[in-house]
Design a protein around this ligand. Structure first.
Ligand code: CMC
Length: 392
């Protein structure tokens, strides 16, 4: 069977060729289709960035308008899928609700499941981009015991999502441009990150020719873990526990450095970045501005700043090249927008969706596509004879 190399966590193994996202982890560089993340965060929008990732080029104004209009027409959920939300326990975490509802799209939209039919792939792409915000908002409303609002297709994707998340049927929802722009920028920053755990999952599931909905649903479940997308919720829990401890940052840092405690500094460290995560640098500035402008500058931001500063000047973190990652400051912004911590990872999923779609489409179109099938090094018993139960 040839030589098999052991590479736990795929630290050195490339699983594919990709033309979507470039990362230089030592230099702290991230580019989508060649465009630096700083420029996209400043000048682009989430929808435009989604187009760039999926189709490879920035759209013209007419192309973007057509893309936007098409997505707006697909924001509604099938009524039977809408009633799905009633079946989950009220205190359910919204991430499994999200992955279940996305998985269920395969049952409601059976005319867009063929991975090798370009029109069907296009339709499932548009359906996912249009419906995930509606599903995410419903998961949130359900957990609050609040009404599910129908989407309003006069609004942009982000505006619509905020209205469905926080509006009420009996009164107009007032959109706050500071919130709309902050959320839009966060989604841009999360839109792709090459072969991370959830994206590799999407590709792995898709490599068996599973449809786009099934593959993305698997990606959402991979994102749920606290070492991946779940870290943004874990950061807030960590900051709150430090606050409850009288804001004693130094004692928390000591706990992290003592390996026996098993406590990690959440929102720090990255498999690829051995330098400041460029997304964290942008988000730190945004957090500062947004909290200031919303008049919500809080103690948790001060704790986060203090924690970052102490960690960055500490040998433990320096030697291991541990820097703040994308999740370190996002929770503070999500909280200021009004989302409960349980929703943070759902917001990450909304942002990452274009990346998952782009990567799945690149994989399906790859002439070298093979079903993903890692090998192993077997370390179990050698051959032995079966012994009937009475003689063991
Ligand atoms: N706090 C304390 N020590 C850490 C941390 C941390 N956050 N991250 C890594 N280390 C230590 C680790 O204990 C190990 O030390 P030693 O060499 O003495 O055994 C060394 O640094 C290398 O860590 P690793 O676990 O081998 O690194 P990895 O590449 O397997 O893990 C990671 C990367 C992101 C899972 C990890 O840094 C981590 O658990 N961070 C906290 C969770 C987090 O913030 N995740 C979000 C990642 S970015 C967005 C996303 O992917 O969703």
């Amino acid at each position: 069977t040839g030589r098999v190399t052991l590479d736990p966590g795929f630290v050195n193994t490339a699983s594919c060729r990709s033309a979507i996202t470039y990362i230089d982890g030592d230099a702290g560089i991230l580019r989508y289709r060649g465009y630096p993340i700083e420029q996209l965060a400043e000048g682009s929008t989430f929808l435009e960035t989604a187009y760039l990732l999926i189709y490879g080029e920035l759209p013209t104004e007419a192309e973007l308008d057509a893309f936007d209009a098409r997505i707006r027409r697909h924001t509604l959920l099938h009524e039977d899928l809408r009633s799905f939300f009633a079946g989950f326990p009220r205190d359910a975490h919204p991430m499994p609700v999200l992955s279940s509802a996305v998985s269920a799209l395969s049952t409601f939209y059976q005319d867009s499941l063929d991975p090798f039919d370009a029109e069907q792939v296009e339709l499932s792409t548009v359906r996912l981009l249009a419906k995930l915000p509606t599903i995410a908002a419903y998961a949130h409303r359900k957990s609050m015991g609040q009404p599910l609002l129908y989407p309003d297709n006069n609004l942009s994707l982000v505006e619509n999502f905020l209205r469905m998340s926080f509006g009420f049927p009996a009164e107009p929802y007032e959109l706050d441009p500071v919130k709309v722009n902050a959320l839009d920028q966060l989604l841009v920053l999360h839109a792709d990150h090459e072969q991370n755990c959830s994206t590799s999952t999407v590709r792995m599931v898709g490599s068996s020719h599973a449809n786009l909905f099934a593959s993305v649903s698997a990606g959402i479940n991979a994102l749920f873990g606290p070492l991946h997308g779940g870290a943004n919720q874990a950061v807030l829990t960590m900051l709150e526990s430090i606050k409850a401890d009288g804001g004693d940052v130094a004692s928390f840092v000591r706990k992290v450095k003592d390996k026996d405690t098993g406590v990690r500094l959440m929102g720090f460290g990255h498999r690829v970045y051995k330098n400041y995560d460029p997304r964290a640098a942008i988000i730190k500035r945004t957090a500062d501005q947004v909290l200031e402008r919303l008049g919500q500058r809080d103690e948790l931001l001060d704790i986060a700043l203090e924690l970052e500063q102490q960690a960055l000047s500490d040998d433990y973190f320096f030697e291991r090249k541990l820097y703040p990652n994308v999740d370190f400051y996002t929770g503070l912004i999500y909280r200021a927008l009004g989302f409960p911590p349980k929703m943070f990872t759902v917001l990450f999923a909304l942002g990452r969706l274009p990346g998952w779609i782009a990567q799945w489409r690149e994989m399906i179109a790859d002439p070298d596509l093979k079903i993903a099938r890692p090998r192993q090094l077997y370390v179990g018993p050698t051959e032995r004879d079966y012994v009937p139960a009475g003689r063991r």
